[in-house]
Design a protein around this ligand. Structure first.
Ligand code: ADP
Ligand code: MG
Length: 711
């Protein structure tokens, strides 16, 4: 439709100015703020989704079917017809031909503009049709005025924010924003295409490209101006993370060096000797990396990543041993009670025999704990008798006072948020200003590019080898219609003394549906497997009940465990040899990999069955099938993570770490590796040699959001 000037002039809040208090904001102003378009620079960086070419008038004779064109033509006929439904049909002509415009909804004002004799500028897609050329609901206005010289930007927007309003707001933001060059010339030497344009000209161009540009290069972001923006964005991210890393390097932490005493084995050595297995080479390597960090008087912030079953827990226990040996306390936090309890059991088994002679023990803290128990645990933590504290979020609650916490271990780190890590960092409040060391564990391997960008402020240790003697897990895709065969297979495994997991998907919209689905599966399996104990575990069960079910399964009495909760299956039952995942197409690849990793932990041959539901034609969607095939083809968690990143973007991996912080808007980690490498090299140089420009660059790109990245 014709773009009328809107009543209120665009008035974005301006540089760092909040909206004036007391004055009602107009709906478009509110919408601007809601979209995060607050500062001039935010507007300037709000880039078009696509463009329309209004720079040319096309003669009707030259307009082919399917072309979107702008024509200038005179109305020769305008009438409302009722067949096949009420519509306004307007015939227009230029010197070369004619065209029919059809409107199914229209106002009297439209009819007025479209009166016979009016010369109009009309824009729309040409349809062929039996009766000649047509346009459905084209945009139109009275002809006249100069043709624009640049393409017209179409911005991402919302209903309350009309395109013309947004366009003017962006334009004024672009005019006012400080776009002075922040990237020092010398840092641009290496990459030719980055020198092709500076930020100001890149932005002016992208908002108003000249009509001769290749639209394809703009659309796939390969145009040099896009490269420039992506490079700047990645640089901001690197700078911000490097800065927080350097800030942290100025902090202090207890130096946890092994206390060498003649003839006395350290706790670490004792634990190694007591383990029923040898560490893998990868485990030894990461243990050394961690020990080196702990010995420094600077807080460690290290991510320990390793595929499911690679043996991260024992690495954590060995780190704890170093800490305890040096006379300090250690805490381990897991996202769910079941997982925490599993750790507790393991660590008690490994460490308590070694701690007892020292008069120390392992304490347990969880939300669902009896008051008395909890009070006793809190006392042990406070007086230092608890050398190790294991638990859920309860570990970081305010009432928990450590005597001298020096090391915090966080399992499944992506399930914890910034606030929780910050709380842990504040738990060594002995007045010395020191912070504890942090070791974060993750079983979802983070693809390399992601680690280099979002996790650039962390040091990363990777266990890239599984303990020996594991038989590979065979993965099969099975249609839901062949459930009976799967049940027969379960019976077979049980007959061999094995155990089976059956996971039902989490349907986010409806927990109730989840439950009924799982309950039905549970009932079916109980019927189909007489004499076998089939258990049910779901997220809304009381903790005590969950525990009881888990115990029966862990101890081997329960043959089949049906579960809705994905993470709580994060348990270690080596006797389990079959994992059935129902509606596998609804899970992410990394999630599936996690689940699959619950089996194959012992020596027995293990299998994973991915049950998929088919659509009405009995077929699984093509992408869904490709994704599931990837699962069957590779057992390498890194490869799976890489594919997952490709398919679903970084959100999945970042979890709580990133909540509230901006994801990369322009750069794409799957394709922009050259730029990422450049940014990684440039960031330290810029921070060293041009600290002010670095600050300006960070605030320009990240605004107030960089804080989120720092915890
Ligand atoms: P994850 O990395 O998934 O947390 P766990 O720490 O639970 O893995 O280890 C998986 C299983 O492998 C556990 O039963 C653990 O005791 C065992 N394990 C760990 N390291 C080794 C090793 N070097 N050799 C043999 N078994 C090991
Ligand atoms: Mg684990």
């Amino acid at each position: 439709m014709a773009s009328k000037p809107s009543a209120t002039p665009p008035s974005p809040a301006g540089p760092d100015k909040a909206a004036p208090a007391g004055r009602e904001l107009s709906p478009p102003q509110k919408a601007l703020l809601k979209m995060g378009l607050r500062r001039d620079i935010d507007l300037a960086l709000h880039l078009p989704l696509r463009y329309e070419d209004e720079t040319r008038i096309t003669l009707l004779r030259n307009a082919r079917e399917g072309d979107t064109v702008q024509i200038e033509a005179t109305v020769v006929k305008s009438e409302i017809t009722m067949r096949p439904r009420r519509q306004l049909v307007v015939t227009v002509e230029d010197e070369s031909g004619s065209c029919e415009l059809r409107f199914f909804s229209f106002y009297p004002s439209h009819q007025k503009t479209l009166a016979v004799g009016a010369l109009l500028r009309i824009r729309g897609e040409i349809k062929g049709g039996f009766w000649g050329r047509q346009m459905l609901h084209p945009a139109f206005r009275l002809a006249g005025g100069e043709l624009p010289t640049a393409l017209t930007p179409i911005y991402p927007t919302v209903a309350q924010l009309p395109q013309p309003y947004l366009r003017r707001a962006v334009q004024s933001g672009l005019m006012r924003a400080d776009l002075d060059e922040t990237v020092p010339v010398e840092l641009l030497q290496g990459i030719d295409f980055l020198r092709l344009s500076d930020l100001r000209s890149a932005l002016s161009f992208l908002h108003h490209p000249t009509p001769d540009v290749s639209l394809a290069a703009l659309e796939d972001h390969s145009h040099p101006t896009w490269q420039r923006l992506k490079a700047e964005e990645l640089l901001a991210q690197q700078l911000s993370q490097l800065e927080s890393k350097r800030e942290r390097d100025r902090l202090q932490a207890p130096a946890l060096a092994p206390q060498r005493q003649r003839g006395v084995l350290s706790l670490h050595e004792q634990l190694l000797a007591a383990l029923p297995f040898e560490l893998t080479a990868a485990q030894r390597r990461v243990c050394e990396e961690i020990a080196r960090d702990l010995a420094r008087g600077v807080p460690m912030h290290r991510l320990l990543q390793g595929d499911v079953g690679s043996g991260k827990t024992v690495v954590a226990a060995l780190a704890a041993a170093i800490c305890i040996d040096a006379g300090w306390q250690c805490a381990l936090m897991a996202p769910t009670e079941i997982l925490a309890e599993q750790h507790f059991g393991k660590l008690v088994g490994w460490l308590e025999p070694l701690l007892a002679p020292l008069g120390k023990q392992v304490a347990w803290l969880a939300g669902a704990q009896k008051k008395k128990e909890r009070a006793a645990a809190l006392a042990l933590v406070e007086n230092g008798e608890a050398a190790l504290v294991v638990g859920t979020h309860a570990v970081i609650q305010e009432q928990v006072r450590f005597k001298n916490l020096a090391l915090a271990l966080i399992d499944e780190q992506h399930r914890f948020g910034v606030a929780q890590r910050l709380a842990l960092r504040g738990k060594l409040d002995d007045g010395s200003g020191r912070e504890p060391h942090l070791l974060m564990m993750s079983a979802t391997p983070i693809p390399r590019t992601l680690a280099m960008s979002y996790y650039a402020d962390l040091d990363v240790s990777t266990i890239d080898e599984l303990p020996p003697g594991r038989t590979p897990i065979v993965t099969r895709l099975v249609s839901d219609s062949r459930r009976d065969e799967v049940v027969a297979r379960i019976a077979d495994q049980i007959a061999q003394g094995r155990q089976v997991y059956w996971v039902c998907p989490l349907i986010e919209e409806s927990e109730a549906l989840d439950l009924s689905n799982a309950t039905a599966t549970h009932a079916d399996l109980s019927d189909a497997l007489p004499g076998v104990m089939v258990g049910l575990l779901h997220s809304r069960m009381p903790t005590a009940e969950k525990k009881a079910v888990m115990e029966l399964f862990t101890q081997g009495q329960m043959g089949v465990l049906v579960s809705t909760t994905v993470i709580e299956v994060g348990v270690d039952v080596p006797n389990a040899s079959l994992m059935v995942i129902e509606h596998a197409e609804r899970f992410g690849l990394s999630q599936l990999h996690q689940l699959r990793g619950r089996v194959g932990r012992g020596a027995a041959a293990s299998a994973c069955v991915l049950l998929y539901a088919t659509n009405d034609n009995g077929r699984l969607g093509e992408t869904a099938r490709d994704r599931l095939r990837a699962m069957a083809e590779t057992a390498d968690g890194f490869e799976i993570a890489r594919r997952d990143l490709e398919i679903r973007g970084p959100g999945e991996f970042l979890g709580a770490r990133q909540s509230g912080a901006p994801l990369l808007r322009f750069a794409d980690l799957a394709t922009d590796t050259v730029l990422l490498d450049w940014a990684r090299e440039a960031a330290p140089q810029m921070l060293d040699r041009h600290p002010e420009k670095a600050q300006l660059h960070i605030s320009r790109w990240l605004g107030g959001k960089s804080e989120y990245l720092k915890a």
